[in-house]
Design a binder for this molecule. Structure first.
Ligand code: FEO
Length: 394
């Protein structure tokens, strides 16, 4: 990707990572991008860098606009290495004495990553730095996505450089939301569900703060995916909605199976839920990636989990999924457990323990079937599903 002018004197100099398919446990079939932005004014600023292995591409993109040595300072909005990995090499190229503006926590975290005495300048929330004709304003945005995260606002152009916030793991030749079309919201929802859901309460406060400040935003430039220029309010409103964790009349039946007994139970439960007029999706864990399931969890009301008992415990895919979901802290859900077993049958209790810790509302005791469900068992599973459907509708 070469540099592209996105506003007068503002360039995207970031890179595409076309081939990444797993971003620390999140499936990225469309790859991703590491966006970085160059602002050319009386002073020249680089906002964020890229993953270490893409340093040469970043420097190449910058050099298509200016000699990298002419950069006066770098802003590091976020320490995670997809945005800072190339920082040391970039500073070596542009001058190691030049300032790196970052949050107070960013200063600590960058030093822990690079063990190198760069000229880190910690900035306060609301602090401004002049570029000559234009001004950068720094906004503390703790936990969007790390404690060091901040946004940078280019005041005169009303451009928000939002780091991980409002991003999407998507690599494409489209540069803007209007070029990608409605698919942008699907990518943004998956990103929110898998990266930011656990920080929903903080995000709501941040959105309130931005609203109270009356910050005018013409363009949002995240560090992943496309830029929001057509309707930046659309993604801010979606973040507010997702952060409130509002759900639809929708249920998921998430399961794995050994000899298809738990699968039969899952299908009967899903049929019962559907009979109550609730949208339901059975999600077999060896078909669906955990991160795609979490995207569906975001707006589902009921999360029904099924596992056979294996060696007195959960089936490993369920243990993986429950650990992942627990970390992302979905809220306001109805939960239920089910599963087949041979002789000991611990899985249902183990699932219920996990769902209780998530504070899901367990509306009925879990459903267990020994070995293979017969028609009576399947009728009971169907009735179990109907109760869930009623609770979702109620
Ligand atoms: Fe894109 Fe938290 O890094």
């Amino acid at each position: 990707m070469k540099s592209m002018e996105i506003a007068k004197g503002v360039y995207d100099v970031g890179v595409h990572d076309w081939n990444i398919s797993d971003f620390h446990g999140y499936s990225t079939p469309f790859g991703t991008s590491y966006n970085a932005y160059l602002i050319v004014d009386e002073k020249i600023a680089l906002i964020d860098t890229v993953k270490r292995s893409f340093t040469d591409e970043l420097l190449y993109n910058i050099s298509k606009v200016v000699d990298p040595k002419k950069i006066d300072f770098v802003v590091s909005n976020h320490t995670e290495m997809d945005h800072s990995g190339s920082l040391a090499r970039v500073m070596h190229r542009i001058g190691e004495d030049k300032p790196v503006y970052c949050s107070k926590m960013g200063k600590k975290n960058l030093a822990r990553h690079f063990r190198q005495n760069l000229n880190y300048q910690a900035v306060a929330n609301g602090q401004e730095v002049s570029l000559g004709q234009r001004t950068l304003v720094f906004m503390e945005t703790r936990m969007v996505h790390w404690p060091d995260s901040m946004f940078t606002y280019l005041k005169e152009d009303r451009i928000l450089f939002s780091s991980d916030g409002f991003g999407q793991h998507y690599a494409g030749h489209e540069k803007y939301d209007d070029q990608l079309g409605d698919a942008v919201m699907e990518h943004a929802q998956k990103y929110f569900a898998n990266i930011l859901m656990l920080y929903a309460p903080l995000l709501l406060k941040l959105i309130d703060k931005v609203t109270d400040m009356g910050l005018e935003i013409d363009m949002i430039c995240p560090d992943h995916g496309v830029i929001w220029r057509k309707d930046p309010a659309r993604i801010i409103e979606a973040y507010a909605r997702w952060s409130r964790q509002e759900s639809k009349k929708k249920a998921l039946v998430i399961y794995d199976t050994m000899w298809r007994s738990t699968e039969k139970m899952a299908n009967a439960i899903a049929a019962g839920i559907s009979a109550e007029g609730v949208e339901v999706r059975p999600m077999y864990l060896r078909k669906w990636h955990r991160s795609d399931i979490m995207t569906e969890v975001l707006d589902a009301k009921a999360i029904v989990i099924g596992s056979p008992t294996l060696n007195n415990g959960l089936f490993p895919t369920l243990a993986d999924f429950l650990t992942y979901m627990k970390g992302l802290k979905p809220k306001n859900k109805i939960g239920a457990a089910f599963g087949s077993y041979g002789w000991s049958g611990e899985s249902v209790k183990l699932i219920e323990k996990e769902l209780s810790e998530l504070k899901f509302d367990l509306i009925q005791p879990g459903m267990k079937v020994q070995y293979v469900p017969d028609s009576e068992n399947l009728d009971a599973c169907y009735a179990f599903g109907r109760e869930i459907g009623k609770a979702v509708s109620g």
